[in-house]
Design a protein around this ligand. Structure first.
Ligand SMILES: [Zn+2]
Ligand SMILES: [Zn+2]
Length: 392
């Protein structure tokens, strides 16, 4: 009988039988190693958690009182003879690739990752291994990211233009990761950044963890509306189409996500501007990350697993699709309250083969299907607002 693989996929998650622990389990288990604090990877209900030190405060904020041990990059912990260590994944603050070694065999679980250095979290570091368990959220050749500076330049120009034209700037991005990256890329000489409570709570958790973030101001009922008109309002996907967002009218609404590369995504979100900025690797990024590991075997956990594993097999890898439930940050785009696709048995099923339906669901549940204003509607709204003394 062939030996059991060091890591396997079972009903609860990615399991290491030799060490008796799970990585990013989706059902409650005794011992959970967490790649990062996004809700599809860090679930509630495990007896013990091990995560990177910079995930600590966000995990406690999101999951409440949990039994949590933390570890820095490059450090090791041994469980039943199995060595576990963390390496930077470059996805969000505190995101780690998990390296597992036992009797000379090395596996790496990527979690989510990107290769571009976002100047917020420690950049991705390739780790040599025999088997690599990788995400492939954007594993199609059409996904090819522009350098982030180009995206930030157009974001800053849009902000300036909105101020000139008397509109509030409202920018939507996921609260953990995207929001901090946007904050880092904005030109704060233009104005102040105001935050939705979900984003400010996340920022506060990161600051408690010792992370230096630029100054942000929480939007409260008392926040001065005229000052906000010159600022930029940063809010999570869940606020789109809510009365909270409507009170900033007249505004220009931008959406920041890798999915903005999809034709029609901006229109379906009813956004005025789409900024293609992702915290996941694009097609070339995935391939170069996999090559850099020197691995022979690849398991693909979420994203375009079928076409991407076919491509890897054709280029000589022993590539497999794995069934997981990951895909909750940019895949569903719903903050804190991810859309779950449930099968007839009431089980949560994966997002990877359902990206289109996830998108449709997200639109239906969170976004009114309003058409963007035409230019004449916009100038009429602007005139009306000016006449009203600019009050919201
Ligand atoms: Zn993630
Ligand atoms: Zn993920």
């Amino acid at each position: 009988m062939p030996a059991k693989p060091l890591l396997e996929f079972n009903d609860c998650g990615i399991y290491c039988a030799a060490g008796d622990f799970y990585i990013d389990p989706w059902r409650p288990v005794k011992s959970a190693v967490i790649t990062h604090a996004h809700s599809d990877h860090a679930k509630w209900g495990h007896d013990n958690y091990l995560a990177h030190s910079l995930s600590r405060e966000v995990l406690l904020y999101r999951l409440g009182e949990i039994s949590l041990e933390t570890m820095d990059y490059g450090k090791t912990v041994v469980k039943n003879g199995v060595t576990i260590s963390f390496f930077p994944a470059g996805h969000i603050l505190g995101s780690a690739q998990v390296r597992v070694e036992y009797k000379g065999e090395v596996w790496v679980v990527s979690g989510d990752y990107k290769l571009e250095d976002d100047q917020v979290c420690q950049p991705f570091e390739p780790v040599k291994c025999h088997s690599f368990i990788s995400e492939c959220t954007f594993g199609l050749p059409v996904y090819s990211w522009r350098p982030q500076q180009e995206i930030f330049d157009s974001m800053n120009n849009w902000w300036r233009q909105n101020i000139e034209e008397g509109r509030t700037t409202v920018l939507v991005g996921y609260s953990l990761g995207k929001a901090q990256r946007i904050l880092q890329g904005l030109d704060l000489s233009i104005g102040r950044v105001y935050t939705h409570g979900v984003i400010e709570n996340t920022n506060e958790a990161l600051r408690r963890n010792g992370v230096q973030l630029s100054e942000t101001t929480r939007v409260t009922p008392d926040t001065n509306k005229d000052e906000m008109r010159r600022g930029l309002i940063l809010c999570p996907p869940s606020s789109v189409g809510t009365p909270w967002m409507r009170k900033f009218y007249p505004y220009s609404f931008g959406y920041c996500s890798g999915w903005m590369a999809l034709r029609g995504a901006k229109r379906r979100r009813a956004a005025d501007r789409g900024f293609v900025l992702s915290d996941h690797a694009d097609w070339n990024g995935l391939i170069s990350a996999i090559q850099a590991t020197g691995c022979e075997t690849v398991y693909l956990t979420h994203g375009y697993t079928a076409p991407f594993s076919r491509y890897l097999s054709e280029t000589g890898y022993d590539a497999h699709e794995a069934h997981t439930i990951y895909g909750g940050d940019e895949a569903s785009e719903l903050d804190q309250d991810p859309v779950k696709l449930v099968n007839e048995e009431g089980e949560v099923i994966g997002a990877e083969e359902n990206i289109d339906s996830m998108e449709a669901l997200a639109v239906d549940s969170a976004t009114p299907l309003k058409q963007p204003l035409t230019d004449s509607e916009k100038s009429a709204a602007l005139k009306k607002a000016k006449k009203a003394g600019g009050a919201l």
